[in-house]
Design a protein. Structure first.
Lengths: 284, 225
């Protein structure tokens, strides 16, 4: 497992391989799986992501009744061409809601990197595939890129809201999706790292404060911000904008911010939105 | 943690700890029972008790006992399926003291009358820890073949077990030793890279000073309690 994005860039340069290949090579060797088979398993993950979007059921409500039907509202407005943010971001927003609502309603999702943040990566990747008509194989390469970024975050910091707050879940998912989008747009290793760094920077400090402790409010809508933030970060990186703080140091900052967070805003459901008068009322 | 743990797993929502982890605890219990379970009294502790209903922890535990995997779309319907298959279940609150906040205790009865008492915890990201079996310390993840040997605290038992594993070409991944006190009861928890042959488990059970041998295989359902 790589311990820095800097190391991945170094391998790409030294061995003349692509970002995704560097990640595949290392993990396939660590798990003692042949590269072909490794790619097939990643393909299953990508196809399951697409299914999690396709299988959305607008009539479902979560157990608490707080979540359900939101994506349908965006879909309707999108069909009427009324979305201010345009159709691509409209698609990203709609899919982020579809997948994370499905999660709240006990449907099958891919926890990439966690169940609570499961809408971000598919929203970005599946929207991109639909818009540009890329093959599944190309999308799987992008999924490797996202996984490599997530792996470094897991190694240097954490992917768990209970340890690092929502920045560790939605923030990490957003960095993963930003790097993957940048790769799909033809970005090199350095641009991929810049996209990931900018995405994570934008969400540093985000609290994990779920109402009633459930993966519903505000989690579902935070998937939207994570996914849209990935799109803008990838665009900035492709335009040549650099993160002044290197990606690995941004990840370290995320860890130290997480350590400094009160347990009340680390998935306990005791602080933040959960502790508001309305948040408490909703528990009843 | 590997790349697939970061990108996945594929699972039924909403929570890796409260849903997927709960299914896995049920799966391990079902494998340890290795026969049809007819009754399950399930006790929820801490956060499992506080937010379990909203996360489907109760449905997930029952689904796990029925042998469903973490991505089975039928997990939300597990109560109905359990009733159809003759599994009688109940849920109650419990205070397990200092245990992990996401813990459950399961008292199970199989069709032959066999009983099993397991305490399991969901420790984050879908990873679990089986803390106790029949009131004795266990402490394993369920990701590897696991051998749990309860023995008297006497010289030589660790050597007997590890020589047997060497003889069968089984590599040890992790190994833990505990004891209640000098000369009292001791426990070995050994996670291995390969499956341990059943005759080797049977041989261990008959050794002097060995009180109980439990084997858990993450693959096929088998156990030797």
């Amino acid at each position: 497992m790589y311990s820095s994005l800097f190391d991945i860039c170094g391998i790409c340069e030294r061995e003349g391989i692509s970002f995704w290949e560097a990640i595949q090579k290392e993990d396939a060797s660590e798990q003692n799986i042949e590269c072909d088979k490794h790619f097939k398993i990643m393909t299953d993950f990508y196809l399951a992501m697409k299914k999690s979007d396709e299988n959305y059921d607008e009539n479902l409500k979560s157990h608490s009744g707080l979540v359900g039907g939101e994506a349908k509202r965006i879909s309707d407005r999108r069909k009427e061409n009324k979305l201010l943010c345009g159709d691509f971001c409209g698609s990203v927003m709609e899919k982020a809601l579809r997948v994370s609502e499905s999660n709240a309603c006990m449907k099958r999702i891919v926890a990439s990197p966690t169940a609570g943040s499961c809408g971000v990566v598919p929203a970005a990747l599946v929207s991109y595939q639909e818009r540009y008509g890329l093959s599944d194989d190309k999308m799987v390469e992008a999924l490797y890129v996202s996984g490599g970024i997530g792996e470094v975050i897991a190694k240097r910091a954490t992917l768990s809201g209970a340890e690092g707050g929502c920045q560790a879940e939605i923030g990490s998912a957003s960095a993963m999706a930003a790097g993957a989008l940048c790769f799909l747009m033809g970005g090199d290793a350095e641009q991929i790292c810049n996209a990931a760094a900018m995405a994570l920077k934008g969400l540093l400090g985000l609290a994990c404060d779920p109402v009633a402790g459930l993966v519903e409010v505000p989690c579902v809508k935070r998937n939207v911000i994570g996914a849209i933030n990935a799109v803008t970060s990838a665009d900035m990186a492709m335009a040549g904008i650099k993160s002044k703080i290197p990606a690995d140091e941004v990840i370290d900052a995320m860890k130290s911010i997480g350590r400094g967070m009160s347990p009340d805003i680390r998935e306990t459901g005791n602080g933040g939105l959960a502790a508001t008068p309305t948040g408490k009322e909703l528990v009843k | 943690m590997n790349l697939f743990d970061v990108v996945g797993p594929i699972m039924v929502g909403p929570s890796s700890s409260h849903t997927a982890g709960a299914v896995k605890i049920g799966n391990v219990c079902a494998k340890l029972m290795s026969e049809k379970i007819v009754k399950a009294d399930i006790f929820l502790h801490g956060s499992f008790l506080a937010t379990g209903k909203g996360h489907g922890t109760d449905k997930a535990l029952v689904a796990g006992l029925l042998g469903m995997k973490v991505d089975d779309p039928d997990i939300p319907n597990s109560f109905k399926i359990a009733r159809e298959r003759g599994l009688d279940f109940s849920f109650s609150p419990i205070d397990l003291g200092d245990s992990h906040p996401n813990s459950a205790k399961l008292l199970l009865i199989g069709e032959s009358g066999k009983t099993l008492d397991v305490v399991g915890a969901s420790v984050g990201g879908g990873q679990i820890n089986i803390c106790e079996i029949d009131g004795l310390d266990a402490n394993f993840s369920g990701d590897y073949p696991t051998l749990i040997v309860h023995n008297l605290d006497q010289p030589g038992h660790v050597a007997e077990v590890t020589s047997m594993l060497q003889h069968k070409y089984v590599n040890i991944a992790t190994m833990q030793l505990y004891r209640s006190g000098r000369g009292g009861n001791a426990v070995m928890v050994i996670e291995t890279d390969q499956e341990i042959p059943s005759e080797a488990i049977g041989w261990l059970k008959h050794l002097e000073g060995i009180i109980k041998v439990t084997y858990y295989s993450p693959g096929e359902a088998e156990n030797y309690v």
